[in-house]
Design a protein around this ligand. Sequence first.
Ligand code: ADP
Ligand code: MG
Length: 388
Amino acid sequence: MDIVSLRKKFAELFVGGSSGELIEVHAPGRVNLIGEHTDYNDGFVCPMAIDRRMVILARRRNDGLVRLHSASSSQTVEFPVDRAVPKDGPAWALYPKGVAEILRQKKLITTGMDALATSDVPIGGGLSSSASFEVATAFALLAANNAQMDLVDLALACQWAEHNYPGMPCGIMDQFISAMGRKGYAMLLDCRDRSTRQVPLNDPNLRVVISNSNVKHELVMGEYTARRHQCETAVKLIKKKFPNVSSLRDADMDALEDSRLGMDPTVFRRARHVITEIERTIDFAAALEARDYAACGKLMYGSHLSLRDDYAVSCGELDALVEIARVVPGVYGARMTGGGFGGCIVALCTADAVATLTAKIESEYPKKTGKNATTFATVASEGAHIVK
Ligand code: ADP
Ligand code: MG
């Protein structure tokens, strides 16, 4: 929705109650370029903010009430911020409510706002509409209260909100990149010490293409729990010979090979994925910095194979998308992105290749899977900010 219609809609929705200037907040969704299932192993991830975002228009109220309308769900919720924010109401509102609660607990906000939220991040599509909602809410509430917050603390507060209100045990990547992404940069994030490095991704001839398989397979939660368990088991076994290894981040392939005797072959393969993926992620950031996109692409294909064969979290639809992309001229690399069992692939390609890649997916994917994919090109975009 354009900003003029948005302002008009805001005026229609909120008659009276709030005063002063309108605050316009943008917070982007994200795609993870490489580094999958590494976060809970203290490893690295390399996401970038995409040019799709949540926009919140907000105006300060002079009481402790938040009135929030989501255009996507055509619903308005109301909740207090001058006392504990209740964990009730529609499921979508738990994301902003959790954010309001943690900012209240930190004594950063006392006053409420009228707010209209609208987004072009696909909801539930693995591009982190949830984190963009949280981060946009935090920016809006802080601005309405003339309060400031360090961005790392803000991202962690948003993670707290997702853990404690909707109850999703997410990592830190989504909130970090939505809050701290920079236009023209990917972010190498160390999930162990939470340090970040901005990696240039601003070649005018380069595009990132995202294609949603439009499938979501069941049993995902159980599979994740099993993977985490297998990683822990691998660490325990490696530790016997290498006592300094406290997570797979600390191990290398030599240590894993040395610990192979008596290790369940499945556990070995899971650990091999994590160890090699952490290495690929570091190498990817270096290759991106060197503008060696062919090397970046190779690492992406390597990541996909490792996720497919060693970590076993891909599926036929994601494999089909990667195989389609592989033979398109100008495509450097492609891989599944996100937790797996459905969701999106991400491809790195030349600007010229976007049209062919999109057309190929449109013609080939339905033949291979009987389904349609949703495909779009994007570039590394600005993290959350207030538009003056
Ligand atoms: P993803 O973050 O990959 O898009 P999640 O399942 O983590 O998927 O988050 C999606 C949920 O976030 C939605 O089901 C909804 O509750 C909430 N949400 C995200 N964007 C919006 C929005 N624009 N309006 C209302 N709720 C939203
Ligand atoms: Mg999410």
